[in-house]
Design a protein around this ligand. Structure first.
Ligand code: ZN
Length: 380
């Protein structure tokens, strides 16, 4: 029989525990582990399981609503502030919008069995917001269930973690990532490349292998690296524009997925009022996701270039080809590796410096242009 847990890749032990616990779950969980490895998916599966008569069949209306983010009793929260949760999200304040966690937790479930509150980026709960949440976490009204998601438990207040059942998530070994992708029907060679490029993070590997934009982006980045040494200044500016377009390419893909998600959510909602609520909530979270994706695109372009010079450096100092990340581009890397290790290292350093800017509001075009000129100086 299929279930909400089928969609989870890896984490068998965690899943087998939660499958059983779903019948009588703890009132608060903390899912901790590196980003991109599937904590949010597991949280959504648990939210579906506790609200399903068959503990997560994956196909009843309740399970489908959770999967599409429109279950009126399952709330996925994100920091509404620039970098943190706002106090008004947790308790009623003049600044509060329509939705306040503590108030909502005190209402009886609308149509499900339990109210579920999933806190993405729970490490962004400040001391003040954490304290506002404490009492509710300790004695949740009714059958409310809280799932906090964070990269590490040390970034949360001990008073919070001590009230949660902590579930630790670990990365999957790269070989296992390859096997899982092959099981899903991808070619082994492609799966190996995706696994190595993503450092064994299954979510990233999957997103690379299924995203034409990300694959095209990687090709474009390598092509720029190959043309750069002999380019004239006008070409370099043009290449920066090219890279900027690549950085933004996956945003278009994301917007298309978001459009479909809103359509589905509206279809599934039980009433026009719930449909408009769901739409509003999704639009808000989509807006944040687009900003994140733009930043990630920029980082991926820089990382792509850095990996290229890192690989060349490995070969240049006599390292084994097995240590190369861009395994499918070995002949070109061997040519690149004829440059001195010092110059290649200066390239990776320059990229490392510009990478740090990604978190700030930099002018990406200018940052890219500046770093390309810097690389060219080293490589010419
Ligand atoms: Zn179900």
């Amino acid at each position: 029989m299929s279930s909400v847990w089928d969609e989870i890749t890896g984490h068998e032990e965690i899943v087998s525990h939660l499958e059983v616990e779903a019948a009588a779950p703890s009132h608060a969980y903390l899912f901790a582990g590196p980003s991109g490895i599937g904590k949010s998916r597991v949280a959504r599966a648990l939210a579906a399981a506790v609200n399903c008569k068959s503990l997560g069949c994956g196909s009843c209306p309740s399970c489908l609503k959770v999967a599409h983010g429109v279950h009126p009793d399952v709330h996925i929260l994100e920091p509404a502030g620039k970098s943190e949760y706002l106090i008004g999200q947790i308790v009623k304040r003049p600044t509060s919008g329509g939705f306040v966690v503590v108030e909502e937790a005190n209402r009886t479930p609308f149509e499900g069995r339990r109210k579920v509150f999933i806190f993405e980026d729970a490490d962004r709960l400040s001391e003040e917001t954490s304290n506002a949440l404490l009492k509710t976490l300790e004695e949740p009204p009714g059958d409310a269930l809280f799932i906090l998601i964070a990269e590490s438990i040390t970034s949360l207040l001990p008073t919070i973690t001590s009230r949660c059942r902590v579930v630790r998530f670990f990365g999957i070994p790269p070989k296992k990532v390859v096997d899982l992708l092959v099981e899903k029907g991808f070619q082994r060679e492609e799966a190996e490349l995706a696994s190595i490029l993503s450092g064994g993070v299954i979510g990233e590997a999957y997103s690379f292998i299924t995203s034409p934009a990300k694959r095209a982006r990687r090709e474009a980045v390598i092509s720029v690296a190959l043309r750069l040494p002999s380019a004239n200044p006008a070409d370099v500016s043009f290449m920066a524009e090219e890279l900027l377009a690549e950085a933004r390419r996956s945003v278009d893909e994301l917007r298309e997925r978001q459009r479909v998600e809103i359509e589905r959510a509206v279809e599934l909602a039980a009433s026009p009022q719930l449909a408009s609520q769901a739409r509003k909530r999704l639009e808000e979270s989509h807006r944040r996701a687009v900003l994140k994706e733009e930043q990630r695109g920029f980082e991926e372009v820089i990382d792509g270039l850095a990996r290229w010079y890192r690989d060349a450096l490995v070969l240049s100092v006599g390292g084994s080809p097995e240590l190369v990340i861009n395994i499918d581009r070995l002949p070109e890397l061997e040519r690149e590796a004829k440059k001195s290790a010092g110059r290649l290292m200066a390239c990776t350093d320059a990229l490392f410096q510009v990478r740090k800017l990604a978190a700030f509001n930099v002018n990406m075009q200018m940052a890219l242009e500046a770093v390309l000129f810097r690389l060219q100086e080293e490589l010419a």
